[in-house]
Ligand binder design. Sequence first.
Ligand code: HEC
Ligand code: HEC
Length: 152
Amino acid sequence: MKKLIGAMLACLVAGSLMAAQNPEITTDTGGIKSERGTTDLATEAEAAPMKNFRKDGDLYDRQYMHQPPLIPHDTRNYEVDNKVNKCLACHSFKNASKMKAPKISPTHFETRDGMTLGEVSPRRYFCLQCHVPQADAKPLVENTFKPVEALN
Ligand code: HEC
Ligand code: HEC
C-alpha cells in the first residue's frame, strides 16, 4: 500500500513539474470550442452578450416525462443562497396562491432516500440547477431532439 501511495505521489509530482515547464499543457484548449470559443484557458474570454429573457408569459409545454418545467419569466436579481430563496417567496406552498404562482410539487420535499421532509429538500433548494429561463438564442450545437408526442 505504501509503495502504491509513493508511486501515485511520484506521478503527481512529475505531472505538475511537466505542467510547470510547459504551460501549454494546462492552458491550450487544443482547438476544442466551448462557450468561451477557442480562447486559451489562461486568457480571459470576452463576455458573451447578455440575453434578453422574456419578462413574463404562459407556461411552456413539457417535452418529456420528469422534465423540470422551463421558467417562463425573467430571473435576474432573484437571489438564492443559504439565507434567502427568492423563488420560494412565490413558489412555496405557503405563498403560491397569494402570489398567483404554481406551487413546487411534493417531490421537492423528498430526500434522495425517499423521506418526505417538512421543508424543501436540500437537493431541490437551488432551483436554477434544474429550472432554466429561456432566451431566443441559436442552438450552440445541432440538436435533433423531438418532444414526446403524448405531452403536446
Ligand atoms: C414574483 C413571483 C415569482 C418569483 C420570485 C419567481 N417566480 Fe416562477 N413563476 C411565477 C408565476 C406567476 C409563474 C406562472 C407563469 C407566469 O405568470 O409567469 C411562474 C412560473 C414558473 C415556472 C413554470 C412552472 C410550470 O409548471 O411550467 C417555473 C419552473 C418557475 N416559475 C421557477 C422559478 C424559479 C426557479 C424562480 C427563482 C429563480 C422563480 N420562479 C421566481 C412567479 C414567480
Ligand atoms: C433536482 C432538480 C430540481 C430542483 C433543484 C428544483 N426542481 Fe422544481 N421541478 C423539478 C422536476 C423534475 C419537476 C417536474 C415535476 C416533479 O418531478 O415534481 C419540477 C416541478 C416544478 C414546478 C411545477 C410543479 C408541478 O406541480 O408540476 C415548479 C413551480 C417548480 N418545480 C419550482 C421549483 C423551485 C421554486 C425550486 C427551488 C426551490 C425547484 N423547483 C427546484 C426539478 C427540480
